[in-house]
Ligand binder design. Structure first.
Ligand SMILES: [Zn+2]
Length: 57
């Protein structure tokens, strides 16, 4: 699963890939662990053919 998180400290948005049952500590580049999950994206990226890049940018 791919999750998008937002740092509550520096407002940086970043993507984390982890398993559904995986208890990973989410950490921003700035070292802050106080982050919130914005939304989750299913594994549809695998089927993308050059289109997803435009969405992400
Ligand atoms: Zn941060």
């Amino acid at each position: 699963m791919t999750y998008t998180y937002k740092c509550n400290k520096c407002n940086n948005e970043f993507i984390i890939e982890k398993g559904m049952n995986e208890e990973a500590i989410i950490k921003c580049e700035c070292g802050n662990t106080d982050v919130k999950r914005i939304y989750s994206v299913p594994n549809f990226k695998i089927n993308c053919s050059g289109f997803c890049g435009k969405i992400n940018k």
